[in-house]
Design a protein around this ligand. Structure first.
Ligand SMILES: Nc1ncnc2c1ncn2[C@@H]1O[C@H](COP(=O)(O)OP(=O)(O)OP(=O)(O)O)[C@@H](O)[C@H]1O
Ligand SMILES: [Mg+2]
Length: 484
């Protein structure tokens, strides 16, 4: 169990910065999700924590220990990848126990841990089976099991459910959450799926273009997105956006193409939005309501044409055209009689209105209140002051390989005959010894093992570190924000 801290972390490739000034304090036992579109730097952030990628600048800590220069196997973490990477010729039991055997864990202890993991994951009936005789979900559970038996301080998961079908994803999602409750360990989970992020994360780091946009609870991200990106990314169906101008004689209004919505002058002035200013209005689908039902009397109304109606059973998505744009309204089944082509009156719940500055894309008004009242993006901790030794350590080149010095050292034990040869970046898909992978391309880039290693079948190690980096000082401030 341990906290994880990113402090002013950068990842640079020649001519390309893929992580910029990442700051995040993940609490001990917390379940944090990194979410963002493809290429936003989620895997890179995770891989830097795992030690699979060099950190170009900044510090990463696990607990109190700066791990920038700590070999991956000594970081006391376990990582589960999208590819299951199971050994096809080994039984489930052997897949689970292999890493512990390599680490010379006593037999009795191995058996205890394997059976415990199998019991937690419902794998007991399959212990003697080979991976090829398992379903995708069962294989993914074996991959999880291999991480569990290590009893690491931190679990890292990079899109572990991507290879599963929709139903199995939901089941395995629940299983991972139960696992977290049971193990009481820090989990950091990467996904590009905002629904997965919202349902799994106690807190969520939203990344875009390598920059942390917001780090907060799912509810706060949903209700108080700090900028246009988070507002549009979190929520399904997504928030609707309309270009409007602040105007009106007397009563302040947001004026768009063919409609206006009255708003409280005080809220706008407190938010710093002046008359004549162009703003982007954001409105969640559930805040566009059918006017015909009680409770909507006091809300401003707009006329809109219905384009499409989608009935989901428990709710209805009504696509309406307003201000030249198609907006989604989420209505309840009472609105079943709404038909495409019809003109309808829609109530706009201005208590939940969002406004954004079109230039900075920052929130001005958040859920009907000035956005200044909303906590800002996770504050960066004050830069840590380094001792001279620590600065020297930080300047040292970092290992490029998964198992750098210890594994490459002549003293590392050779793999026994008949045991799994380690993976290398050049492993070919036809190699019979290559662990089973649903995605060989990912496997190639995810696993790199030197020829001789004491490391196990999935990347992780519980070996206590030989030495922590000396002389590091803790930052003084905390970036943990209260959730609303
Ligand atoms: N070796 C490299 N050299 C240059 N750029 C790289 C290198 N490796 C990764 N990148 C870039 O870093 C960015 C972040 O990649 P990363 O794999 O972290 O994204 P991701 O958020 O995990 O995306 P996905 O959801 O597709 O897995 C991408 O734009 C990628 O092209
Ligand atoms: Mg990725």
């Amino acid at each position: 169990m341990a906290s994880v801290t990113y402090e002013h972390v950068y990842k640079r490739y020649p001519g390309n910065t893929v992580i910029t000034d990442m700051n995040a304090q993940i609490k001990d036992k917390e379940f944090v999700v990194l979410v963002g579109p493809s290429g936003s730097g989620k895997s890179t952030a995770l891989r830097m924590l795992a030690g699979l990628e060099e950190i170009s600048d900044g510090m990463v800590r696990i607990g109190d220990r700066v791990v920038n220069d700590v070999a991956p196997k000594d970081r006391d973490i376990a990582m589960v990848f999208q590819s299951y990477a199971l050994y096809p010729h080994m039984s489930v039991y052997d897949n689970l126990s292999f890493g512990l055997k390599l680490r010379k864990t006593p037999k009795g202890e191995i058996d205890k841990r394997v059976r415990e993991a199998a019991q937690i994951l419902g794998l007991e009936p399959f212990l003697d089976r080979k991976p090829k005789a398992l379903s995708g979900g069962q294989r993914q559970r074996v991959a999880l099991g291999r991480a569990i038996v290590r009893q690491p301080k931190v679990f890292l998961m990079d899109e572990p459910l991507s290879n599963l079908d929709a139903k199995l994803r939901v089941q395995t999602r629940v299983q991972i959450l139960k696992l977290h409750q049971r193990l009481q360990t820090t989990f950091i989970y990467v996904t590009h799926d905002q629904v997965e992020a919202m349902t799994m994360g106690e807190r969520i780091v939203v990344l875009d273009n390598g920059i942390v946009q917001q780090f907060d609870s799912p509810q706060t991200l949903y209700e108080h997105p700090v900028n246009l990106f988070v507002a549009g990314f979190i929520g399904s169906p997504a928030m609707n956006f309309l270009n409007v101008k602040v105007g009106g004689d007397g009563q302040t209004q947001l004026q768009g193409e063919g409609f206006q919505v009255p708003v409280e002058e005080r809220v706008l002035s407190e938010a710093g939005a002046e008359r004549g200013q162009d703003v982007i209005m954001g409105i969640r689908p559930e805040d566009l309501k059918d006017v015909r039902f009680p409770g909507r009397e006091g809300l401003p109304k707009v006329s809109a044409k219905v384009e499409v109606v989608e009935s989901m059973g428990s709710e209805i998505f009504v696509y309406i055209v307003l201000g030249g744009k198609t907006l989604t309204a989420r209505m309840d089944p009472r609105s079943h009689d709404i038909q495409p082509g019809q003109s309808i009156q829609v109530a706009v719940d201005t208590h939940h209105l969002h406004l954004f500055d079109p230039k900075t894309e920052k929130a001005l008004v958040s859920r009907g209140a000035p956005a200044a009242a909303v906590p800002a993006v996770a504050e960066a901790p004050a830069p840590a002051r380094l001792s001279r030794e620590a600065a020297a350590v930080s300047a040292m080149p970092l290992p490029r390989r998964c198992w750098p010095r210890a594994a490459a050292s002549p003293s590392a034990p050779a793999i026994k005959r008949g045991s799994m040869p380690p993976l290398r970046a050049s492993a070919t898909t036809s190699s019979p010894s290559r662990p089973m992978s649903a995605n060989p391309a990912t496997l190639k880039t995810s696993f790199r093992r030197p020829r001789r290693t004491s490391a196990g079948s999935i990347f992780s190690c519980t070996t206590p570190a030989a030495a922590a980096a000396p002389g590091w000082m803790r930052p003084t401030s905390s970036s943990t924000r209260p959730s609303s």
